[in-house]
Design a protein around this ligand. Structure first.
Ligand SMILES: [Zn+2]
Length: 107
């Protein structure tokens, strides 16, 4: 679930970057505020590159993550860190056996 959340964050960052760049291009219509264009393009480019970097990093991390079968929905999911939620049903899962008592499997 944490993996999905970070992936969504990167996706939203990309959209924000496009919106920032698109809106800053409107400043070319009014000559007075044409200064916004380079600023908007720079911010947009930085956001976009950061989002792409997050995507690449997540791709590399995702290969090494342990895969478990969720006891709640029975689908294959990945756990990021010690505790994470199922990617599909958001069931809290843990890899720490000492901690497992806190989590009750709902039928
Ligand atoms: Zn599940």
């Amino acid at each position: 679930m944490r993996l999905n959340r970070l992936r969504n964050l990167a996706l939203i960052m990309m959209f924000v970057a496009f919106i920032v760049m698109y809106l800053s291009s409107y400043s070319t219509l009014t000559h007075a505020k044409a200064i916004l264009l380079p600023i908007g393009l720079t911010i947009g480019t930085i956001l976009l590159l950061t989002a792409v970097a997050i995507y690449f990093r997540l791709g590399a991390i995702s290969i090494r993550l342990p895969q478990v079968i969720c006891p709640h929905c029975g689908r294959l999911t990945k756990i990021m860190g010690k505790e994470d939620g199922c990617m599909f049903c958001k069931e809290p899962l843990t890899l720490d056996i000492n901690n497992a008592g806190e989590y009750v499997v709902k039928s």
